[in-house]
Structure formats: C-alpha cells, structure tokens
Design a protein around this ligand. Structure first.
Ligand code: ZN
Length: 282
C-alpha cells in the first residue's frame, strides 16, 4: 500500500491572530501543534519563526533554534525550515534567509525556485540565489525541497541545480498552486506541473486557501504527497476556522485512508526521501 507523506506548515509568515485566533505563534505553541499534527499523521513539519513578543516573522537564528527544539523534543517528525518566508514580509537578504538553515541543520529546507509577484509584492529568487542556496544546503547536509509556483520554475531547477549537479540527492518538489502571482490552483494546472517534473523526483501539492485539501487529494491520487496547515489555509470548511493544525491533518488523513492509502510515519518518510533516521544513529 502506498504511503503518503503529509507535511504540516503550522504558521508560515503571513497569517495573524486577527486572521485566526487559533494560529500558533510561540515555540511552545508551535511545538504543541507539531505534536498534535504528528499524532494525526504528519511526518514533516515546515517551520517559520515568529518573534514571540510581536508575532512578526523573524530571521533570528536563536528564535529558530527554539522552534526546532520545541518540535524535536515533542515528536519524531522531519523538520524543514523556510528560506522564503522573510523575503516578502521582511525584505531579508539571501544570506539572512539562509542563516538558520546553515547554523541549525534541519533535515530539510525550502528552496524557492524563481522570482514572481507575490500578492502586491515581488518575491525575488534570482539564479545566483537559487544556485547559492542549493550549494550551501548540500554542503550543510540539508535536503532542499524546491518550491515551484509556476511551470518555468521547474525548468529553473533543472537548468540551475540538477544539470550542474549542485545537489547530491533525489530532487523533491513542492508544487505551490493558488498564490496571487503564481499558477492558479486548478486540476489541469496541477497535472501539467506534474508532467513537467524530472523523472524520479518526489513531490507534494501545496494548494492555497480553500483548494488545500481538494487539490491536495487530487495530487495524492496522482502519486504525490501533500502539505496542509495554517500557513496556507486557515479554514477546515467554508466559514469554519480550523481550531488546530491537527484538524487539517486529520481531515487530509481521513480522505487519504478513504482513497486506500496510508500516511507515512516519520521513519517511512525518511526512508523514502533518503534522509538518515536519527533514531538509527542513537
Ligand atoms: Zn513556508
């Protein structure tokens, strides 16, 4: 039976408590949400850091460390740190975006594979930044997940990273659909993105807003993994806020099981992604 890797993105860098009173902000809150989500079937936790006092995104390595430790001490899930979050919201430099990844060594990190409009702003990821992030992640032993927001970004990954051999691992993609400025969240668009991926790549669907679970499940049927969580979607159903990220994981896992698949455990996910199992090293 195929195992589906479920990633939870509990907070991201955009939603605020005004958007939803249920978003987790502090390391303790994110750690608790990670644990609940892992218990519900999530194998990967995608992390942003927020200043615990202001709730605003921060690139501070020590704050990232607190989030990482809060998650690692509570569950076995794979940790993945963003390198994109602060670019749009804080205007961080590439070095600032990368610092927590290099200093803290999460198992995975996001690597945004092109420049685009992002809402009313510009999300800048020029070729030299993509190449530098790929090199630095590879030498730090961190697996990149290439976040693509449109078809041309798949080609960027092939041309800039895979053909020159900048990363030594099987490529993994996050197909992001529904950001204003990126490819819209439709079934034909998802199918086209998947058809453009290089052979042997693993991938997950990251659909924004109300598309999160429906389009994510189309991706599951097509052989992909799925990301859910409040970074991308605050609602459990129309007009009903999710009270916890675990509710979103739980809903995705219910459908995954109804479709005849199972959620991958963290160690099953590590085996499939080619990550070393931290339990095996103990
Ligand atoms: Zn993110």
């Amino acid at each position: 039976m195929r195992k589906v890797i479920v990633t939870v993105a509990p907070v991201g860098s955009i939603p605020t408590r005004e958007d939803s009173p249920h978003i987790p902000i502090t390391p303790d809150e994110v750690g608790a949400e990670a644990r609940r989500s892992a218990d519900a079937g999530a194998a990967v936790v995608h992390l942003h850091a927020r200043d615990p006092k202001t709730g605003k995104p921060t690139p501070d390595v020590e704050v990232f460390r607190a989030y990482l430790e809060a998650v690692r001490s509570r569950c076995e899930a794979i940790t993945q740190i963003t390198t994109g979050g602060g670019a749009v919201t804080l205007g961080l430099s590439p070095a600032e975006r990368l610092r927590a990844v290099v200093d803290l060594g999460p198992e995975m990190a996001s690597l945004n594979a092109g420049s685009m409009n992002f809402g009313r702003k510009v999300f800048a990821n020029p070729p030299d930044v993509i190449e530098m992030f790929a090199r630095e992640m590879d030498s730090a032993g961190v697996m990149p997940e290439f976040e693509v927001y449109d078809v041309g970004m798949v080609a960027n990954v092939e041309r800039l990273v895979l053909e020159p051999g900048l990363v030594s691992r099987r490529p993994r993609f996050g197909l992001v659909l529904g950001v204003a400025g990126g490819i819209p969240a439709t079934v034909p668009n998802l199918a086209h993105l998947v058809s453009c991926l290089p052979g042997g790549a693993s991938w997950q669907t990251i659909a924004i807003g109300r598309h999160q679970i429906p389009l994510g499940m189309v991706g599951v049927v097509m052989g992909g993994d799925v990301r859910v969580g409040m970074e991308d979607n605050l609602y459990l159903s129309k007009g009903v806020l999710a009270r916890s990220n675990a509710e979103l994981v739980d809903k995705a896992v219910r459908v995954i099981r109804e479709l005849g698949f199972e959620p991958a455990s963290p160690s099953e996910a590590r085996a499939r992604l080619g990550l070393a199992d931290p339990m095996a090293a103990r």
